[in-house]
Write a protein that binds this ligand. Sequence first.
Ligand SMILES: NC(=O)c1ccc[n+]([C@@H]2O[C@H](COP(=O)([O-])OP(=O)(O)OC[C@H]3O[C@@H](n4cnc5c(N)ncnc54)[C@H](OP(=O)(O)O)[C@@H]3O)[C@@H](O)[C@H]2O)c1
Length: 233
Amino acid sequence: MNAIITGATKGIGKAVLMALAREGWNVAATSRNQKDLDDLQTDFRKEFPDQDCLIDCVDFSLKLETKKYGDRITQRWSQIDLLVNNAGIFLPGAVHSEPEGVLEKTIDLNLYGPYHLTRSILPTMLENKKGHIINMCSIASLMSYANGGAYTISKFALLGFTKALREEMKPYGIKVTSIMPGATWSASWEGATFPADRLMPPEDVAEAVVSCTRMGSSSVVEEIVIRPQLGDL
Ligand SMILES: NC(=O)c1ccc[n+]([C@@H]2O[C@H](COP(=O)([O-])OP(=O)(O)OC[C@H]3O[C@@H](n4cnc5c(N)ncnc54)[C@H](OP(=O)(O)O)[C@@H]3O)[C@@H](O)[C@H]2O)c1
C-alpha cells in the first residue's frame, strides 16, 4: 500500500507518516527542506527497512512544481492508495489589517496545492478504481476566530473542495475525507506557553487519519472533527 504525505517532515504530517509506516505502508514524503527529508529517510530506513520511503523536495505553493511532482510520483508508483494533503501554513492576521498578499500566499499552499496535486494523482486512482484522498482541513474550516483571517478563508475553501470531490468520487470507488483538527502541538506553535495538555499531540490526529484508512471498500469516513479535551484556545 502506497501513501503520499505532503509536509511530512514535521508536526502532523510526520506523525501521520510514522503511524502509516507502523501499519506497513510505503510512504512518499515531501517538504521544501532536503536535509529534513534526508534525515527522515535515514530514520525511516532504520525502523522500517522493508518499506519504501521516497523523498522529494517540493514547494506545493507553486503550481508547476506541484504538477511535476504529481507526474514524477505516478511514474514511480503505478498504484497510489492514499494521498494525504497535509502541507499548510498559518499566517496570523485579520482580514481588515493583514498585509497585502497574505491571502494569496495562504491560498496558494492551503487550497491550490491540494487541488493541483489531487488532479495529478487522480487519473492513477481512477484507473485502479480505488484510492483515498484525505485533506487536512481545520476547525477553522467550520468557524472563524480572531487573528485567523486568510487562514480561515483558505480552510473553508479546502473543506469546500473536499466536499465537491467527495460527491464526484462516489461512483468511482475513491474515498474522500476531511480531517478538522483543533490546536495541535507542531512547529507552528513553537514558543507558545500553554500547558502541554492544552493542545493535542500530533500523534492523536495521526491516529484519526490512520483509523479511517482501515475501513472496507463500502464505507468512507467523510469528516473527522477532533479538538483538545478543554476545547478551542
Ligand atoms: N497545528 C495545528 O494546530 C493545526 C490545527 C488544524 C489544522 N492544521 C493543519 O495541519 C497541517 C499541518 O500542520 P502542522 O501544524 O503540523 O504544520 P508544521 O508543523 O508547520 O509542518 C508543516 C509541514 O509542511 C511543510 N511545508 C510547509 N510549507 C510547504 C510548502 N510550501 N510546500 C511543501 N511543504 C511545505 C513543512 O516543511 P518545510 O517548511 O520544510 O517545507 C512541514 O513538513 C496544515 O495544513 C495545518 O493547517 C494544523
